[in-house]
Design a binder for this molecule. Structure first.
Ligand code: 0O2
Length: 200
């Protein structure tokens, strides 16, 4: 008789609790979004996504980091089993959402990386926060603007393509130039929004 082997989840028996923590974080972001929409008279969030890192992707990350492929590595050493990406219209909204998350006092802020004020050498911009929920699960929150998100998606896509004809250096330079131009456009858009708000 054919034997079917069911692979155990890398999250062990923690998966339902992890999903609950992810759902609670998602509702909190929805609540912040609703409050800000009410106050600003416009929705500051273009879209947001929450996810539990896929089984294979988590296993691959453990291997890539030289860690044993265990529930402990997945939940306690790697800190993005829960992931949230909030894509905002304007740069100020990124910092405002960060402030509201922090001031809610609901989470322990473990690390923060401001790749907006300090872009990565390749031009990557985003605000990353690792939080701990109820002293148990880690989550990575990425906050960024639409332009930053578009650039990251494109760069991610290109990273996996083979460069043809030794043009790698040029591609890297051009990507960086695009990232800087988008950042400058973000600043102009923010200034326009500030002027509109002042007029109102
Ligand atoms: P995935 O598959 O998207 O989750 P970490 O690797 O998380 O332990 P690191 O690299 O110091 O630690 O974290 P960092 O810099 O905060 O980056 C975490 C995530 O941000 C990455 O997750 C990417 O999703 C994204 N990111 C960081 N740098 C870049 C970049 O240059 N380009 C793009 N497109 N995305 C980036 P993972 O785990 O690498 O991958």
């Amino acid at each position: 008789m054919e034997q079917v082997t069911i692979k155990e989840s890398i999250y062990g028996d923690q998966r339902p609790a992890l999903e609950q923590a992810c759902a609670a974080l998602s509702s909190h972001i929805a609540q912040i979004r609703a409050e800000m929409t009410e106050e600003l008279g416009m929705d500051p969030v273009e879209h947001y996504l929450t996810r539990i890192k896929g089984e294979e992707s988590m296993r691959e990350k453990c291997v890539r980091k030289g860690l044993p492929v265990t529930t402990d590595s997945a939940l306690n050493i790697i800190k993005d089993a829960i992931g949230v990406r909030v894509v905002c219209a304007f740069v100020d909204d990124v910092y405002e959402i960060r402030r509201r998350l922090k001031e809610s006092g609901k989470y322990e802020f473990v690390t923060e990386k401001d790749y907006i004020r300090h872009a990565k050498p390749n031009g990557y911009r985003s605000y990353h926060i690792i939080i701990r929920i109820s002293g148990r699960y880690y989550a990575e929150i990425q906050l960024r603007t639409i332009s930053m998100d578009t650039w990251a998606a494109l760069e991610h896509h290109l990273k996996y393509k083979k460069e043809v004809g030794g043009k790698t250096e040029l591609i890297v330079q051009e990507l960086k130039r695009c990232a800087d131009e988008l950042a400058s456009t973000d600043l102009s858009m923010q200034t326009i929004r500030d002027m509109i708000l002042e007029q109102q």
